[in-house]
Design a protein. Structure first.
Length: 253
């Protein structure tokens, strides 16, 4: 078993059982305790597990949300592949929404230089990336900047969205599941995402495999709100199958 396969199995066990122990994993996976500890360290750096004495707990069980810089440093290749596939959903002209997030930020970097678009963003980081493009009309939603994600939230973001209507909204999420739909840890950020869905003709979700099957505090959308989910090839086939059975169109990058 390759290291990535082993780490995915560790994550699956942790999410199923709510906790994993180093000794138990070493026996079950037939590797040394040192190997398991290294795997747990890698998974913690990826922002999906939190190390505790003797083992680890999945972050969704403790409401832990990694900061933007931490999330931006992991699953780089997967996020770039997702962003490249998402390019096919960008219209030749018109208006789009780019939600704050590390995968949507990669889509922002890939937007063709010759395409005339209005791009609505709630991320000062993405606005800075796109603001220098001569063919783009960039609209930055105001409001409080949330430190964890550097997304603008609250009333100054919500009010403009109520009067906008775009062709496609490209959203990120912390979790997506058949049981709970689309969820995120922060209610204020959930409210903005919900308003983005209402403001768009189509909604495309960009979510790497670590988001599938997770549930967080605040729900911002139903599966029926999605026109397309773009994930990566590492995504668990059973989870993808469940989402497709629930009516979600899924593309793997």
């Amino acid at each position: 078993m390759y290291a990535e396969e082993r780490q995915q199995e560790i994550l699956r066990i942790a999410r199923t059982q709510g906790r994993v122990e180093v000794a138990g994993l070493a026996d079950e996976l037939n590797v040394t305790s040192e190997t398991i500890r290294r795997d747990l360290t890698m998974l913690e750096r990826a922002g999906v597990l939190r190390r505790v004495h003797g083992g680890a707990i999945p972050v969704e069980r403790i409401g832990f949300e990694p900061a933007l810089a931490t999330r931006d440093a992991v699953l780089i290749e997967e996020k770039e592949r997702i962003a490249k596939v998402a390019l096919a959903e960008v219209p030749e002209e018109g208006a789009i929404i780019l939600d704050a997030g590390t995968t949507t930020a990669r889509l922002a970097q890939l937007l063709p230089a010759d395409r005339e678009l209005t791009v609505v963003v709630n991320s000062p980081v993405i606005a800075t990336t796109l603001g220098v493009r001569p063919n783009l009309n960039v609209l930055l939603l105001g409001g409080r900047v949330r430190g964890k994600t550097l997304a603008t939230v609250d009333d100054w973001s919500l009010r403009p969205l109520a009067d906008l209507y775009v062709d496609v909204a490209f959203l990120g999420t912390n979790g997506i599941s058949v049981e709970r739909g689309l969820t995120t840890p922060d209610p204020a950020e959930a409210a903005v995402k919900r308003a983005m869905i209402r403001a768009a003709r189509r909604t495309v979700l960009l979510a790497d495999h670590t988001k599938l099957g997770n549930d967080y505090l605040a729900r911002f959308g139903e599966l029926a709100d999605l026109d397309l989910l773009i994930t990566d090839t590492v995504a668990d086939s059973d989870l993808v199958g469940d989402l497709e059975a629930a009516g979600v169109r899924v593309t793997r990058a």
